[in-house]
Design a protein around this ligand. Structure first.
Ligand code: DAH
Length: 342
């Protein structure tokens, strides 16, 4: 037994010295070869059966010593390997803080996004919640429930992209009004921003543009509340001197309906090129929610009244930043976009 344990000892010493296991994985394999269940040292233990009884205590002691020694050897090597591996990993991940940084082109926020955020801030400050409806919309929400039946001439006001069947690309965020009123009982105070689509394209019209719908429904809401809220919006969005003007208009979903103008900030109302000499710039449509629209959503128009308005975000951005052509907003020319900062 003495010779056998000595031979194994030497064998392990040689193999470790020869650097046979350069990684922890190889070391584990080597360890298993000796100390594993079917390993060489375990095989010696099994051979104890054949050792004469008087020699057994001594053989057992030798075997125990060998096992303890081997474990020590492997453990020491394992620690050493782990230390080396960690050192190599740390060296590999070292960061040279003196290296020049990668170039990142600083982005800027799109002017329409800037306007949308500003509007959301102004109106949420007045207690409005935000609701976002789908862009692919059913005819019912975009038209019918808004008091625009299939054969209604008011459909001509919005050149609509029909997707197929009862589906279309929403032509106005007014569809959000219906979706909100269907789900929620008054009091309602909601803002519905989003993309809308119309088959229309020139310097002031884009086939895709953005609107922000506002809706307030409660007991005793009047046109004065609408005027008050829009006055506040105009002053906050533009200047404290900005005035609003209501002109009678027509929308099937409001009665009465108004077109809302703001005093021209460029000339202060005196008349200039931007306001075409009138002193006023048209910015949005609004009105008192038509009784039929309330009824379509299960709200009793004898108990509740409401107002709604629809703002074109591109239009506000063009007025605010003095942009003459709507197409500039969608060409993604960085020289243009870079001028707008948060
Ligand atoms: N949806 C209208 C449009 O796109 C704008 C509008 C007008 C919205 C009057 C309203 C409203 O909520 O009351 O032309």
């Amino acid at each position: 037994m003495k010779q056998k344990t000595q031979a194994i000892r030497e064998e392990i010493e040689q193999r470790l010295a020869a650097g046979e296991c350069a990684t922890s994985k190889e070391l584990i394999e080597l360890k298993m070869e000796y100390l594993g269940k079917g390993g060489k040292i375990s095989a010696l233990s099994k051979g104890m059966r054949d050792v004469p009884a008087e020699e057994r205590p001594e053989a057992g002691r030798l075997l125990g010593e060998l096992r303890a020694w081997a474990e020590e050897q492997f453990d020491a090597r394992e620690k050493e390997l782990k230390r080396r591996e960690l050192a190599a990993k740390v060296a590999g991940e070292r960061i040279d803080v003196t290296m020049p940084a990668k170039f990142h082109a600083g982005g800027s926020v799109h002017p329409v996004t800037l306007v949308r955020r500003e509007l959301e801030e102004i109106f949420s400050g007045m207690g409005f919640n935000i609701f976002e409806g789908p862009e692919i919309e059913r005819d019912y929400y975009n038209f019918q429930a808004l008091n625009i039946p299939a054969d209604h001439p008011a459909r001509d006001m919005q050149d609509t992209f029909f997707v197929g069947g009862e589906y279309l690309l929403r032509s106005q965020t007014s569809s959000g009004q219906i979706r909100v009123m269907e789900k929620q009982a008054p009091p309602i105070k909601v803002l519905s921003p989003g993309r809308v689509y119309r088959s229309d394209s020139d310097a002031t019209h884009s086939p895709m543009f953005h609107q922000m719908e506002g809706l307030v429904v409660d007991k005793g809401i009047t046109l004065c509340d609408l005027k008050g809220i829009l006055d506040e919006f105009a002053r906050r969005m533009f200047t404290a001197e900005t005035k609003t003007r209501f002109r009678p208009s027509y929308f099937p979903f409001t009665e009465p309906s108004v077109e809302v103008d703001l005093s021209c900030k460029n000339c202060g109302g005196k008349g200039c090129r931007i306001c075409k000499g009138t002193g006023w710039i048209e910015v949005l449509g609004a009105g008192m929610v038509n009784r039929r629209v309330l009824e379509n959503c299960g709200i009793d128009p004898d108990v509740y009244t409401g107002f709604a308005f629809g703002i074109g975000l591109e239009r506000i951005a063009m007025i605010k930043y003095g942009i003459g052509d709507i197409r500039l907003l969608f060409e993604n020319d960085v020289r243009f976009l870079r001028q707008f900062k948060d």
